[in-house]
Ligand binder design. Structure first.
Ligand code: PNS
Length: 158
């Protein structure tokens, strides 16, 4: 059985993430989506909220599990018997950093990283843009699934 790992902050999960997750789930026996808990980075949504939103919007994917992790990604990946780490690439600008991380993670663990290009209609999307648009009361309904849009409205008191 080949298990893929999709790690991220998911603060919050966007249609771009969901696209990469769904397409990865068609290629692997099992997909583990892991939300990072970083005590040094402040997030709009708590770890529990980010994990709950992911679980809600991926409920239709039968071969997927949502989890959370702390510390080095590769330690978590080795512990869970992950065959490949999958990262979405939106644009060439993502590539430089992600290449460095892929090479580092391979050096540390021997686990391969595979890059999944996002579909063009989602290539501009990021969680930080969604937070900013949502914070100013803009319409995020084309950027995030409805339960996430609802939580953003509640978080910003709208
Ligand atoms: O959605 P993001 O914020 O781009 O995800 C980044 C993530 C979680 C993939 C990255 O920060 C990560 O792998 N964090 C775990 C710590 C780690 O292993 N860092 C790389 C070596 S220092």
């Amino acid at each position: 059985m080949t298990r893929a790992l999709i790690p991220g902050s998911f603060d919050p999960v966007t249609f771009g993430h969901l696209d990469v997750i769904e397409r990865t789930a068609r290629l692997f026996d099992e997909v583990l989506v892991a939300v990072v808990e970083n005590p040094h980075k402040s997030t709009l949504f708590s770890l529990d909220e980010r994990t709950a939103m992911l679980a809600e919007v991926t409920g239709h994917i039968h071969n997927l599990k949502v989890d959370a992790f702390q510390g080095l990604l590769v330690d978590y990946a080795l512990d869970r018997g992950v065959g490949a780490i999958v990262k979405g690439l939106r644009a060439v600008s993502d590539f430089e950093y992600e290449l460095q991380m892929a090479q580092l993670n391979y050096r540390l663990s021997g686990i391969e990283t595979l890059f999944m290009p996002t579909t063009p209609e989602h290539s501009f999307l990021s969680s930080s843009l969604v937070r900013e648009v949502g914070g100013f009361g803009g319409d995020v309904s084309s950027m995030v699934p409805p339960p996430v849009a609802e939580r953003l409205r509640a978080r910003f008191g709208r």
